[in-house]
Design a protein around this ligand. Structure first.
Ligand SMILES: Nc1ncnc2c1ncn2[C@@H]1O[C@H](COP(=O)(O)OP(=O)(O)OP(=O)(O)O)[C@@H](O)[C@H]1O
Length: 401
């Protein structure tokens, strides 16, 4: 079973190369798990090419293990490259490969790693913390499958173009989160760390997004679920029944973030905490939505109403850093947001099989979609459809945990 190492030398604080040379490679060479090649990515898109070349040399009945030093973006790049690549060599005409991943968190946010290995749980030093997946590979070989969120962005029916599908392993989002990722890219050079996300959040805090979302049922249950913070369980969504299991959500929206595999997007930002606290038993999307018309004091979409809503959104985002406590925030009669309110919950926390996003033609900002950090734009008249997919047996990506 071949094992290769691939690192992205420019991700995060650009220390992946030295971290591999000083820690990961010596650890592996002193174990019984030899590494056949050590590869560095040289450009955008290169990681997928490197994995393809290795796969084409790997016998069909063998699993390829990749020790991957990167953030979430490089992993997404590999998965998407392989999903559309026509493999040759030993893999010509063969069924989809099984790939095992050993993650070394070298990126900026490392959402997948910090969800699989929550930092608070670690009694280890920072060095030991970064080597947890590596140690699992060396010592016990326990793996978990990755769920994929397959998002298809369609053009209007009149365009007659083939829809484009992208697989995400962490997040598919629209609204504020997509705008934050979009704007934070231009801040990368001046603010290399995760503070650039906070700056970008402030820049976009007064925007509301006009769209119509449809929530698709969980495959085995046939329903969409809504979390009830009072009883702390998921219930069947009140707007769905067996005859019509699809739930319609009308805008405006401020926040729409859907995750798979993760309960956090940064080590401390637990935006979908129930992904860990009430673990789903199959491939599902956990979605956090904020719609300002759920606030009992909001009656119209005006500049004043948007301005007054800003502190409420920031309170939710802030509370997500408090171990995911934002899901318990409520409005009070004055429209204030706190744990003590007796009004509606500020966040709608949904678990479903997928969703569809139909932005209003006139709202440009509602057309941005973030897929694991990469931004796509839905054309006017188009839509995005995201579905959580379970990997087939003996295929897909498994992570050492
Ligand atoms: N040698 C290279 N030069 C320039 N870009 C590269 C190179 N190698 C890889 N890349 C690109 O770097 C991008 C960022 O990588 P990645 O997402 O893994 O790290 P990050 O953005 O720092 O972390 P995170 O996704 O956890 O926030 C990837 O999209 C990849 O295409």
């Amino acid at each position: 079973m071949p094992t290769i190492a691939i690192y992205n030398p420019v991700c995060g604080d650009q220390t992946a190369k030295s971290f591999f040379e000083e820690h990961v490679l010596p650890l592996c060479s002193s174990s019984s798990k030899p590494i056949s090649s050590v590869l560095s990515t040289e450009r955008i898109g290169h990681s997928g090419e490197l994995v393809r070349q290795e796969l084409e040399k790997t016998p069909v009945n063998e699993i390829l293990t990749i020790i991957l030093g990167s953030g979430d973006g490089t992993l997404g790049e590999i998965i998407n490259y392989l999903s559309s690549a026509e493999l040759k060599g030993t893999r010509a005409g063969a069924p989809p490969p099984e790939i095992h991943l050993v993650l070394v968190p070298c990126g900026t946010a490392n959402a997948l790693y910090s969800s699989l290995f929550p930092p608070g749980d670690a009694k280890a030093s920072p060095l030991d913390y970064k080597l947890r997946s590596t140690m699992s590979f060396i010592e016990n070989s326990r793996v978990v499958p990755l769920t994929l969120a397959i998002t298809t962005i369609s053009t209007p029916p009149t365009a007659k173009l083939r829809p484009k599908a992208t697989a995400a392993t962490v997040v598919a989002s629209t609204c504020l989160h997509a705008l934050i990722l979009h704007d934070s890219e231009s801040l990368r050079a001046t603010i290399p760390g995760i503070d650039r996300f906070k700056v970008a959040a402030k820049q976009n805090s007064t925007k509301w997004y006009n769209s119509h979302a449809k929530l698709l049922p969980i495959a085995s249950l046939g329903v969409v679920q809504l979390y009830d913070p009072e009883s702390k369980i998921f219930r069947d969504h009140p707007d769905a029944d067996e005859d019509d299991p699809i739930v319609d959500l009308h805008g405006p929206f401020v926040y729409f973030v859907s995750t798979v595999n993760v309960d956090r997007l940064e080590p401390a930002f637990r935006i979908t905490p129930l992904a860990k606290d009430i673990t789903p038993s199959e491939a599902t999307c956990d979605i956090v939505v904020i719609r300002p018309f759920e606030d009992p004091t909001v009656e119209m979409d005006t500049p004043e109403a948007r301005e007054a809503f800003v502190p409420k959104v920031l309170a939710v985002l802030q509370e997500a850093y408090n171990n995911g406590n934002h899901i318990n925030l409520r409005y009070n009669r004055e429209g204030g947001v706190s744990m003590e309110g007796d009004g509606p919950f500020v966040v709608e926390y949904i678990r479903c099989g997928g969703w569809e996003w139909n932005p209003d033609d006139i709202d440009d900002d509602a057309h941005l979609v973030c897929l694991d950090g990469a931004i796509s734009t839905i054309e006017k008249g188009g839509r995005a459809v995201c579905v959580a997919a379970t990997p087939q047996t003996n295929a897909g990506f498994m992570v050492h945990v």
